[in-house]
Design a protein around this ligand. Structure first.
Ligand code: HSE
Length: 379
C-alpha cells in the first residue's frame, strides 16, 4: 500500500519511522510546510501532487487543527483515497459528513488514535457494538490534566505551579487551554459516544468543566474525605436518552481511576455480555500515537474499509436525567444555598444531588460573579 503522510511533526515523524518497518506499506509522500531532503519519501508542499497520484491508496492526516486538515481530508476522500487521522477536532465536528463521504466513495475513514492515543479503545468499542449494547463509557481521556492533578495530590502544589512544571517537562503544551478547559476530553467522549451508542452528537451539548480553577485547598478537602480528584468524562444511554459530560470529579481513593497517575489514560466500558472492560495506557506521545496510526494503516491494507458505526441516529444530549452531589468552593455562599447543602467541609461544601445540566448551567452563571469558583462531581 502506498501512503502519503500529511504533517511531519511529532506524530508524523513517528509514523514515518514505524511505517519503514512494515513490508506492505510504502511511504510515497510527506507533505509539510517545508521541504525535506533527508527522507526516502518524496517531500511535497502541495496536496494536489498527492491527490493526482492514483497510486496513493491512503492519506494519513497528522497536521492537526481544523484547517487545512479538514479540507485535505475531504479532498482525499473525494479522490477515492482511504483516510487515516488522529484529528479529534475534525472528526468530532464533521462526524456525519465525513462518515457519509467515506461510505459514498467506498473508502476507509479510520481515526483510532484520535481517542486514547496508544490505547486500542475505538477498535475495541467497534467490536463490542457488533454483539452488545453499550450502557456506559467513562474514564480519564486526557494525560495532561491527569498529570497536573496527580502532581497537585503528590506535592500539594497550586494549579499554576503544577501546570508550569507540566509545561517544563513537555507534558502540557505552551497553550494548554484545550486540555485544561476540557475541550480535548469533550471531543473524545463525543466521538466515543457516537460509536458506542450509534448516534451523532453535537459536542457543544456535552456539559464541560475543566480543571483551571482547582486549588490546593480543594485537593486537601478531597483527600481528607477519602477521594482523589480526576478529570472524568462520562456518557451513558438509558431509556430516557443519552447523557454526556466532562468535569473534575472526586473519585473514591480505592477505585481504579484514583490509581491512574502521571499522564496515563484509563477508559472503561459497560456493555451487555462483556459486563465491564477497562483500557489503560498512554493517551499521547510520538510512538504510542504512531503505533495506533500504523495499526490503522495495516488494517486498511488488509481490507478493512468499514466506518466505525452503521447507525447514525441524530440525538440531543439529555443531562437532566443524571444527578449527583457536587463539591463547591465559592465566595457566593448565598447563591448556592438553594442547591441544598449536605455537608460543610474545611474549604468548601458538598451539595445534595443535582442534575448535571442544572449544575453546569448554574456554574456558568456563578462564574461571571466569582471567576475562581471550583466545582467537582462527587460519587
Ligand atoms: N493533549 C492530549 C492529552 C493528547 O494530554 O491527553 C492529545 O489528545
Amino acid at each position: 500500500m502506498n501512503i502519503a503522510i500529511l504533517g511531519f511533526g511529532t506524530v508524523g515523524y513517528g509514523v514515518y519511522e514505524l511505517a519503514q518497518k512494515v513490508p506492505e506499506v510504502d511511504v510515497k509522500y510527506i507533505l509539510d510546510l517545508k521541504k525535506h531532503d533527508d527522507i526516502s519519501a518524496k517531500s511535497v508542499t502541495d496536496i494536489n501532487e498527492i491527490l493526482n497520484d492514483a497510486s496513493v491508496d491512503t492519506v494519513v492526516e497528522l497536521i492537526g487543527g481544523h484547517h487545512p486538515a479538514y479540507d485535505f481530508i475531504v479532498a482525499s476522500l473525494k479522490s477515492g483515497k482511504n483516510v487515516i487521522t488522529a484529528n479529534k477536532l475534525v472528526i468530532c465536528e464533521h462526524y456525519e459528513e465525513l462518515t457519509a463521504l467515506a461510505k459514498e466513495n467506498k473508502v476507509a475513514l479510520r481515526y483510532t488514535a484520535a481517542v486514547g492515543g496508544g490505547i486500542p479503545w475505538l477498535t475495541n468499542l467497534e467490536r463490542t457494538i457488533k454483539t452488545s449494547s453499550v450502557h456506559k463509557i467513562r474514564g480519564i481521556f486526557n494525560g495532561t490534566t491527569n498529570y497536573i492533578l496527580d502532581a497537585m495530590h503528590s506535592t500539594s502544589a497550586q494549579f499554576e505551579d503544577a501546570l508550569k512544571e507540566a509545561q517544563k517537562l513537555g507534558f502540557a503544551e505552551a497553550d494548554p487551554s484545550s486540555d485544561i478547559d476540557g475541550l480535548d476530553t469533550k471531543r473524545k467522549i463525543a466521538i466515543s459516544s457516537n460509536i458506542a451508542f450509534g448516534i451523532v452528537t453535537d459536542s457543544n451539548e456535552v456539559n464541560v468543566i475543566g480543571i483551571r480553577n482547582v486549588t490546593a485547598e480543594a485537593i486537601k478537602d478531597c483527600e481528607a474525605h477519602g477521594y482523589i480528584c480526576r478529570l472524568i468524562a462520562k456518557a451513558r444511554r438509558c431509556d430516557e436518552g443519552v447523557s454526556a459530560w466532562v468535569e473534575p470529579t472526586f473519585v473514591k481513593n480505592d477505585t481504579v481511576y484514583a490509581s491512574v497517575t502521571q499522564n496515563f489514560n484509563h477508559i472503561s466500558i459497560d456493555a451487555d455480555n462483556l459486563g465491564y472492560g477497562s483500557f489503560f495506557g498512554y493517551g499521547a506521545g510520538r510512538y504510542p500515537t504512531a503505533f495506533t496510526v500504523v495499526n490503522d494503516v495495516i488494517d486498511v491494507a488488509n481490507g478493512n474499509k468499514k466506518t466505525y458505526n452503521e447507525n447514525m441516529e441524530k440525538i440531543s444530549i439529555n443531562n437532566d436525567i443524571v444527578a449527583h452531589s457536587y463539591y463547591i468552593i465559592t465566595s457566593l455562599v448565598d447563591e448556592i444555598k438553594e442547591l441544598g447543602i449536605k455537608e460543610t467541609w474545611k474549604y468548601g461544601v458538598l451539595t445534595e444531588p443535582i442534575s448535571i445540566r442544572k449544575m453546569h448551567t448554574l456554574y456558568a452563571k456563578l462564574l461571571e460573579k466569582d471567576p475562581k469558583i471550583f466545582i467537582a462531581g462527587v460519587y
